[in-house]
Write a protein of this length. Structure first.
Length: 117
């Protein structure tokens, strides 16, 4: 399989690991958009949120059990978790992953939806 994140999990491509257990691997994003920007991925290949099912959903629950531990290790109490599913949503790597963002006050605006810069 030619999956970037599978290669990172397997150690074929270097990453800055911040967390790892039997189900989850987390590493720093190479193009961070916040002071804390960690990618949290399942250690099995699931291409996107649309492919989560009863066979693999344990990986998603383990990710969300790991997130508070990762946030604590990054010294953040408030954070945002983002998942992009599909090309139009901006998913560039076809391996389920969650962006853990923090370390800065974030806002929300309906005007920001759909804008490309």
């Amino acid at each position: 399989m030619d999956c970037l994140f599978c290669k990172i999990i397997d150690g074929e491509i270097p990453s800055t690991k911040v967390y790892e257990d039997e189900f989850v691997y987390a590493f720093r994003d190479i193009a961070p958009i916040a002071p804390v920007h960690v990618l949290v991925v399942p250690k099995t290949h699931i291409c996107c949120a649309n492919k989560i099912d009863s066979e693999n959903s344990v990986y998603v629950s383990k990710i969300f059990e790991a997130v508070p531990k990762i946030a604590e290790s990054e010294n953040i109490e408030s954070y945002r978790i983002i998942n992009n599913c599909g090309d139009d949503a901006g998913q560039t790597v076809k391996h389920l992953h969650f962006h853990l963002l923090g370390g800065v006050k974030m806002g929300w605006s309906k005007d920001s939806l759909g804008k490309t810069e």
